[in-house]
Design a protein. Structure first.
Lengths: 259, 330
């Protein structure tokens, strides 16, 4: 399907430096519709920085970002989200004192531009609430929909990260280590949820566990020192000597996990 | 499918429950009528409490719900107080209801202008900006003594009977009834706001401002909106004080007033509206009683009370109470 699908997200020679330190060197990628791409690389390779650049949380020094053919290089972060480019965070960035149904309803009303209505009671936003509950169902969070976020188990908080992102109706979903901190047996379950996302959403995810990367990604982008080392299908990446060299030392890539 | 429907019903029901009137609330508002019958000598104090409670609610909207820490909200209280006082003293406009609205609008207009600056700063810088604006307004009123009366206060305020019927009497029956009704209306409006999708968005900003852009929110508009609404409400409270006392003093703009109202919120509990009211009641009664004992050192006791509450009930007295009753907090 990859060849025929149109490109939804494209970055062209994206550059960023912090003083002398180059954290993004001419990063050019293309994400087709429905993609399940992984972004891998050693710690400090600039993976999260790259996501910050795409989503506008950091301003790039030069280069270009296109979403659906439209230039969004200088668009504010919130505007990019409304255009369909949404991320999740490696460290839970949730609303601790809100319940999941409140948090997701908030995201839905922000998308529909009804969040500013101060004269309509929240319960009257029925369609938004129903949609929020639907998303929570989809992510198996319905049972805890009315519990405060800070009281939820960590794994469910990771799912809520994704639920909030889904409520924005993204075309492109950037998942920054969605399973970070989740035990290995649970992270497979979490990724099965991600794999079941609607096929028209393009997903780019950062993940350290190679088992998961190789089983869920259809293509892999390898980032080293702020630059793209290679982009290829899993089999090619797995057997590439340079990848073994820089990313995993000389270890055998089959069945390697990340500590 | 049946299960999905059930969850939606549950979620809707839970959200509705959050906005429902509780028996405690109704009991409280009935109790506000008691001073008319049992404490007629305290009616002027009761009216001061109602005015202060309205002011505290206005601060709760920005501080408790939106998380904007402010040490300069007396600015809007004082603007409302002077605006409604000046149209009476200088222009002879003595009709109270329109004077109240005028006071609110003047404060709201300034609040809207200031809000552009407020939403650009956070934390300590935010505190300093609000503090600075408060000082600035105070000294401006002080310097313009030909208009404001300076430290002598604004004289010559004369308020007509409400609806041409209810005179402001010596005992304060009218003053308390008037203040209480305005407080109640202000409370109803605030309650409506915090229970709306906008209220939810404000709590979102307070809970995690970093996430807001990531769900597509232009949260600065939310903040500007609530800041302006809050300024209007503070201005109405100030105007109410002017009209019930028929004078305006510089004290309405003072830093003390800004700080006191934050103390009240911390005492009562932030982000629950009733905390603001309860804080105002406790603070004003304590001031009345303690300054009767010793007019100079009564802040000593407020200091002790504040420390005890903060150490034992981090969410304020109302937060502590609701935990006892097991409502809202788990």
């Amino acid at each position: 399907m990859s060849a025929a699908q149109p490109i939804v997200l494209r970055t062209d020679a994206l550059k960023k430096s912090f003083g002398e330190l180059k954290v993004a060197r001419d990063i050019s990628i293309e994400l087709p519709r429905g993609a399940r791409h992984a972004l891998i690389g050693p710690n400090g390779a600039g993976k999260t920085t790259f996501i910050n650049l795409i989503t506008g949380m950091l301003k790039s020094d030069s280069g270009r970002i296109e979403l659906d053919g439209k230039d969004i290089t200088r668009a504010p972060a919130a505007e990019r989200v409304r255009a369909g480019l949404t991320r999740t965070f490696q460290i839970n960035t949730l609303f601790p004192d809100l319940t999941p149904v409140e948090a997701v309803t908030l995201a839905v009303t922000e998308r529909e531009r009804t969040a500013g209505q101060f004269w309509t009671g929240l319960p009257s936003h029925r369609a938004a609430i129903d949609e929020a509950v639907g998303i929570l169902e989809q992510l198996r969070l319905a049972d805890v929909a009315t519990r405060k976020t800070r009281t939820l188990p960590y794994g469910q908080q990771r799912l809520l990260e994704i639920a909030l992102a889904l409520a924005t109706k993204p075309k492109v979903l950037l998942l920054d280590e969605p399973a970070a901190g989740v035990p290995k047996d649970e992270s497979a379950a979490l990724f099965s949820v991600i794999a079941a996302l609607p096929s028209d959403i393009s997903v780019l995810f950062i993940e350290h566990d190679m088992d998961i990367v190789f089983s869920f990604a259809t293509r892999i982008i390898v980032l080293v020192s702020g630059g793209v080392l290679m982009e290829a299908d899993p089999a090619t990446v797995r057997s590439d000597p340079r990848v073994r060299e820089v990313y995993l030392g000389h270890a055998d890539l089959s069945g390697v996990g990340h500590g | 499918m049946a299960e999905i429907t059930q969850t939606i019903v549950d979620a809707r029901g839970w959200l509705k429950l959050q906005t429902r009137w509780s028996p405690y609330e109704i009991a409280f508002w009935v109790a506000t009528l008691l001073p008319f019958f049992f404490l007629p000598t305290y009616l002027s104090l009761a009216s001061q409490i109602a005015i202060t409670a309205l002011f505290a609610i206005s601060v709760d909207l920005v501080l408790g719900y939106a998380g904007i820490v402010t040490l300069g909200h007396a600015m809007f209280f004082g603007l409302g107080a002077y605006a409604s006082g000046l149209i009476s003293a200088k222009l002879g406009w003595n009709e109270p209801i329109s004077g109240l609205i005028f006071g609110g609008l003047v404060a709201g207009a300034v609040g809207f202008i200031v809000s552009f600056m407020i939403v650009r700063v956070q934390h300590l810088a935010l505190l300093m900006i609000t503090l600075g604006l408060g000082f600035l307004t105070y000294e401006l009123a002080n310097a313009l003594s030909s208009i404001t009366g300076g430290t002598d206060g604004l004289q010559g305020v004369d308020i007509s009977p409400i609806f041409g019927t209810f005179n402001f009497d010596l005992w304060g029956y009218t003053a308390y009834a008037y203040s209480l009704i305005v407080l109640f209306i202000g409370f109803l409006i605030s309650r409506r706001i915090v229970n709306s999708s906008f209220g939810l968005a404000l709590r979102g900003v307070r809970e995690n401002v970093k996430r807001m852009p990531a769900i597509g929110s232009d949260y600065r508009f939310h903040l500007q909106k609530i800041y302006t609404i809050s300024a209007v409400m503070a201005g109405v409270a100030g105007a109410l004080l002017t009209q019930t006392t028929e004078t305006v003093s510089l004290d309405t703009l003072s830093f003390n007033r800004s700080a006191d109202v934050v103390v009240m919120l911390i005492l009562g509990g932030t982000g629950r509206l009733y905390g603001a009211i309860l804080g105002a009641i406790i603070f004003m009664i304590a001031r009345d009683q303690l300054s009767g004992l010793n007019p100079q050192y009564w802040y000593f006791w407020i200091g002790i009370l504040l420390m005890v509450v903060v150490l034992t009930m981090p969410k304020g007295i109302l937060g502590g109470l609701s935990r006892l009753i097991g409502r809202r907090d788990e």
